[in-house]
Write a protein that binds this ligand. Structure first.
Ligand SMILES: N[C@@H](CCC(=O)N[C@@H](CS)C(=O)NCC(=O)O)C(=O)O
Length: 280
């Protein structure tokens, strides 16, 4: 592989199948299904096809928060989609998400069923459907939406930018690591300043903006995502650490963040969730 000092882009780009890095076997420049297979369907109104990554837990934590508030219509089956093995390219999954990325949701309580893809769209759909975890007052809603979309727009710099080049790329390249480290630290500073005067991102109400942003920046801090805690000096963002730890104590976070993950000896995660008792 050429390094950034010597690489001159060709006039016409062609896909090199094995460019190296963690996701080299599943990433490709085309979309659409690669094999025929229907998705399984469970007994609950909501069918979630996902994996316990930061994007995946946005939805399972939100669903557990809705259930904790008493919204029985938020009962869900969570099926695991093994993206490392290419399950996002089955014909059934592509019908629910033509973008072939987890999470994807099928709401079976509507006739016909409603498909929703993109984690942000799924969160808004659920919050509005149940009228919960989203403010109704226009000014408060505007502040909530601002932080919510801040999270949706900012986190790809953390995952696809910093995480990719710091942890997954086949070699360490200084230019992109510097570029994305600077941006991630700037984002952490934005959060830290905001949280210096507020309990939650948009004020004193916990809502979907906290769930969406916490899934990435909370996970970065609490689970040492990308093994980068020291490199990014995460402990210095004291207000973000306080907020991340506070949300991690919520029962719904504790339940939702265990779904669609491989259980390990120090972790009581579950591969799939088909009943509330699976998490008890
Ligand atoms: N913008 C999408 C991003 C989803 C996403 O990147 N999902 C990753 C896992 S966290 C995925 O499914 N990757 C599979 C692939 O790239 O083939 C969202 O917010 O839902």
């Amino acid at each position: 592989m050429s390094d950034s000092q010597t690489y001159t882009p060709p006039k016409f780009w062609q896909w090199e199948n094995q460019s190296g890095g963690k996701f080299t076997n599943i990433n490709k420049p085309t979309s659409g299904p690669t094999y025929d297979q229907e998705l399984p369907v469970g007994k609950h109104p909501l069918q979630l096809y996902s994996l316990g990554t930061p994007n995946g837990i946005k939805i399972t934590v939100l669903l557990e928060e809705l259930l904790a508030l008493g919204h029985e219509g938020a009962e869900y089956d969570a099926f695991i989609i093994n993206i490392g093995k290419g399950a996002q390219f089955s014909s059934g999954f592509v019908e629910v998400n033509p973008n072939s990325k987890i999470p994807a949701l099928l709401d079976m309580s509507t006739k016909p069923s409603t498909r929703v893809f993109e984690s942000g769209a799924i969160m808004l759909y659920l919050a509005e459907r149940f009228g919960a975890l989203i403010p109704t007052n226009p000014a408060e809603k505007a502040e909530c939406m601002s932080w919510f979309f801040w999270g949706i727009g900012s986190s790809p710099y953390l995952g696809g930018g910093f995480g990719h080049f710091y942890a997954y790329a086949p070699e360490k390249f200084e230019y992109p690591i510097n570029r994305f480290t600077m941006e991630v630290k700037r984002q952490l500073d934005v959060l830290d300043r905001n949280l210096s005067t507020r309990q939650y991102l948009s004020g004193n109400m916990f809502n979907i903006s906290d769930i969406a942003v916490h899934a990435w920046y909370g996970t970065l801090i609490l689970r040492n995502l990308y093994d980068a805690s020291v490199f990014l000096d995460l402990a210095s963002y004291k207000n973000v650490v306080r907020w991340a730890e506070e949300i991690a104590e919520r029962p719904a976070y504790k339940r939702g963040s265990r779904v669609n993950r491989a259980p390990s000896s120090d972790d009581n995660s579950i591969l799939e969730r088909h009943d509330a008792s699976d998490l008890d």
